[in-house]
Write a protein that binds this ligand. Structure first.
Ligand code: NAD
Length: 489
């Protein structure tokens, strides 16, 4: 196997970052992390306990006071330094992500750039936290509005983007003045542990307080989150993951009326109008479907195509999916890596089998290959009946479903026929249809003639069962700020 980074994952930090110090779990427990392409164990990491989490919270509370002594510009400078250090270590981050998550190396580099862009963006936002001063309408006084840090944050992240899903939370929280306890997914803790090394260096250089960020890899996720959320010192939970776990966390947050942000699942429609430029559509379709092997919350799940262009679209999509090269993410030429776990792979296979049993046609893929590794091939399904599970559940894999629509109104109605509302895509050559898509596709994010929409400068988030709250943009820092009104005489 080629090793492009300067260090093997076996040399990477594998202990909990309790602030600036790497420590073992309080009970000494560990768990294994495997390469999903081979099944081989690549590292054994500390398995944080509830006690470790409570220690992190105690340190976070202390750290917030010291961090408040850092001016907005000083905080911004620390974020800029982190941005520089991640850039210098891009090789290590990319290789680590490919090994623990499976994505092709080029995509892992893409995630380093994208994930890191949140540090650069929020370094800018740290010095632009807005306030307001106004005269009371009755002329009897003045209104002063200030905004301050919400307090210690618990950030729970998924495995699909091991770096970016956490930097979208850590960067705005630090910019706002909040300490963060990060609980990465147990499948992919190594990228975060590597980030811990970068943070420790930047914080030490700047004299930032110990305990500002703690990183707790753990298999005891439910116990840790329940305990921390019940502790009155914790002020905020920000979660990216599946809708069922998001709902559970919102219920758990209710007793303390804890502030929450929920970035949950999706079921993105990709609507192609009759007049769309099919060359552009195909490029965007492959981006929106196959980025991260389809393991993305904004992945196109349902291709809805105007009847007159459906046959040509399906033929060209099938050819493009046929050309996908499946393999280990570190191997040159690989464009599709493995699915994260055998369980997830079997879930995808079950969705495809269900659709086929109800009458769908497979134009390519659809057969689970022999092991090792959790591979599932690039697959296209046509004639998918409306009651097939795959049209209603998040696929989270390299499977495209194609259905047709007779009129644009019916196409958009079908696109909106989902409980999710994260991303939606619309393709057309007409300005009027573009506006129709923008106004009628029911999602937090709408891509018009674009298959890639993520941007640190834009508010990322959904509606309905896709959750609430926004990450990135000017909106992102607001998730970590409390508003205070001061009535002045
Ligand atoms: P998941 O919900 O299983 O796990 C996410 C995180 O929650 C992990 O860290 C996990 O350890 C933790 N967790 C699981 N059960 C928990 C519990 N009972 N209490 C506390 N924590 C718990 O999701 P996943 O499989 O890791 O990620 C895939 C999901 O994430 C998909 O649904 C995808 O759409 C979603 N996602 C959403 C966005 C977004 O921005 N909206 C981005 C990426 C992924």
């Amino acid at each position: 196997m080629t090793v492009i980074g300067t260090r093997l994952p076996a040399d990477l930090p594998t202990r909990i970052w309790s602030g600036l110090t790497p420590v073992d779990a309080s009970d000494g427990a560990t768990f294994d992390v495997s390469d999903p392409a081979t099944g081989e164990v690549i590292a054994t990491v500390a398995d944080a306990t509830v006690d470790d989490a409570l220690t992190a919270l105690t340190r976070a509370v202390e750290a917030q006071k010291a961090w408040a002594g850092f001016s907005p510009q000083a905080r911004s400078d620390v974020l800029t330094r982190i941005f520089g250090l991640i850039g210098e270590r891009a090789d290590d981050f990319a290789v680590t992500m490919t090994l623990e998550m499976g994505k092709p190396l080029a995509e892992a580099y893409g995630e380093v750039t994208y994930g890191n862009s949140y540090f650069r963006w929020f370094a800018g936002e740290a010095v632009r936290i807005p306030g307001r001063f106004a005269t009371s309408p009755n002329g009897n006084g003045h209104i002063l509005v200030t905004r301050g840090p919400v307090g210690p944050v618990l950030a729970i992240t998924p495995w699909n983007f091991p770096l970016a899903m956490a930097t979208r939370k850590i960067a705005p929280a630090l910019a706002a003045g909040c300490p963060v306890i990060v609980k990465p997914a147990a499948e992919t803790p190594l990228t975060m542990l590597l980030l811990g090394e970068v943070l420790a260096q930047a914080f030490t250089e700047a004299g930032a307080p110990d305990g500002l960020v703690s990183i707790l890899p753990s298999t005891r996720d439910a116990d840790i989150s329940k305990t921390l959320m019940a502790d009155e010192r914790l002020r905020k939970v920000t979660f990216t993951g599946s809708s069922p776990v998001g709902r559970l966390l919102v219920r758990q947050s209710a007793d303390r009326l804890l502030r929450t942000s929920m970035e949950l699942g999706g079921n993105a429609p990709f609507v192609v109008a009759e007049d769309a430029d099919l060359d552009l559509v195909l490029t965007a379709a492959m981006q929106a479907k196959m980025r991260n092997g389809g393991e993305a919350c904004i992945a196109a799940n349902r291709f809805l195509v105007a009847a007159p262009v459906a046959a040509e679209f399906t033929g060209r999509l099938t050819a493009a999916m046929d050309a996908v090269v499946t393999g280990h993410g570190l191997d040159e030429g690989t464009t599709l890596g493995p699915v994260i776990t055998a369980k997830q792979r079997d879930r995808i296979a079950a969705l495809v089998d269900d659709a086929v049993s109800r009458g769908a046609t497979v134009t390519t893929g659809g057969v689970v290959p022999e092991g090792p590794g959790n591979f599932y091939p690039a697959t296209v399904l046509t004639d998918v009946p409306a009651d097939a599970r795959i049209l209603h559940e998040e696929i989270f894999g390299p499977v495209a479903t194609v259905t047709t629509f007779p009129t644009l109104e019916e196409g958009v109605a079908a696109a909106n026929d989902t409980e999710f509302g994260l991303a939606a895509y619309g393709f057309t050559a007409s300005e009027e249809t573009a506006r129709y898509f923008a106004e009628n596709l029911d999602a937090g994010m709408v891509g018009i003639n674009r298959g890639a929409i993520s941007d640190a400068a834009a508010p990322f988030g959904g509606v309905g069962q896709s959750g609430f709250g926004r990450e990135g943009g000017a909106e992102g820092i607001g998730e970590y700020l409390e508003t205070r009104y001061i009535a002045l005489n």
